[in-house]
Design a protein around this ligand. Structure first.
Ligand code: SF4
Ligand code: MG
Length: 335
């Protein structure tokens, strides 16, 4: 399997009056061709900043890369000039966002917005781009594409706008599509449709996907691998099955428990008590220590290292580390 992205020791901070907010701290992951990697975590966990870093969309300043590399097809994106990045963005790596209205241009027809990048990057004529635009809108399942292509975003429903944004993002057949909470603003039925659309497109076009979400529930059917982020760090990573059936990090257990369950009559969600760490002054030990029911003394003072549980699963928790004094792993914390 070809490795498309190789992120090593990525660290991103934001300068504020109070000091530097360390939003992403020593993050490592890879993305292989034709796979979907989900990055899951609460808001403020660093997942969106990680995604934006891959496109070099983090505003600098106040943002800055403090360490690491983002290798894309063997070249470090961090070292590229803004001009070089312009030909990566949209053509090789594309992004779709939670709210299509923030990325669609309200005063341009959807057709024009698709054509623009085809004319600019693929040297198509206006006529060819229009024709390809209709094909793309059909591909993303927009009904009546021939008429819809001449409409403005406000004439579309929420789900249709999301489809249009995907069509624009895929216009230049990028190798990587980053989707930041792509379905959060949509109702559940449309959510499911958009996720299965992305899955179909991945199969048809061979695009690899990074799916950013706070909701483990959307991950089960769409991702191959999952990285769980907390406090600016990846605390656990594994295949979808490993994360759902053999998670070993207490924070992942908390996320799994906070998923709505079909058999739950009262539909009460088990939110994880407490709040995420202050990344102005991140804890020197495990980022989850203040909320973790299993926290030991060692957790507060020393950052846990990753334990490799399989070729694909890695977990940073002292419970798995035999060097931790007085460790008594719970039998099973997930029912
Ligand atoms: Fe909990 Fe300690 Fe594991 Fe962190 S390292 S998740 S505090 S047990
Ligand atoms: Mg976000």
């Amino acid at each position: 399997m070809k490795k498309l992205l190789d992120v090593n020791h990525l660290s991103v901070s934001f300068t504020t009056f109070g000091g530097d907010v360390k939003a992403v701290r020593d993050v490592n992951f890879t993305l292989n061709e034709k796979e979907t990697l989900a990055i899951v975590g609460e808001s403020g966990s660093g997942k969106s900043v990680t995604a934006q870093s891959l496109m070099r969309l983090v505003q600098m300043p106040p943002g800055k890369f403090t360490d690491g590399t983002i290798e894309f097809n063997g070249e470090d994106l961090i070292q590229k000039s803004e001009k070089q990045m312009e030909s990566v963005r949209g053509q090789e790596i594309s992004m779709i966002f939670q709210d299509p209205m923030t990325s669609l241009n309200p005063i341009m027809t959807v057709g024009k917005q698709i054509s623009e990048s085809l004319i600019k990057h693929q040297n198509m004529s206006k006529k060819q781009a229009h024709k390809r635009g209709i094909e793309l809108l059909k591909l993303v399942g927009l009904p009546n594409a021939e008429a819809r292509i001449n409409q403005y975003p406000h004439e579309y429903s929420g789900g249709m706008r999301q489809r249009a944004m995907i069509a624009i993002a895929l216009a230049c057949t990028p190798e990587v599509l980053i989707a930041d909470e792509p379905t959060t603003a949509l109702d559940v039925t449309i959510q499911a449709q958009i996720l299965s659309l992305m899955d179909d497109l991945k199969k048809q076009m061979g695009t690899a996907i990074i799916l950013i979400t706070h909701d483990l529930g959307v991950v089960a059917n769409s991702a191959n691998r999952v990285a769980v982020m907390y406090g600016g760090k990846i605390v656990e990573t594994g295949s979808v099955d490993e994360i759902f059936y053999n998670a070993r990090h207490p924070y992942t257990w908390g996320l799994l428990e906070s998923m709505p369950k079909l058999e739950d009559d009262n539909k009460e969600l088990h939110a994880i008590p407490g709040s995420p760490p202050d990344l102005l002054d991140p804890p020197k030990g495990c980022p989850f220590a203040a909320r973790c029911p299993y926290a030991m003394k060692v957790c507060k003072n020393h950052m846990p290292e990753y334990t490799e549980l399989s070729d694909t699963q890695k977990t940073a928790c002292w419970l798995l580390d035999e060097r931790a004094p007085d460790v008594e792993p719970p039998e099973s914390a997930v029912a």
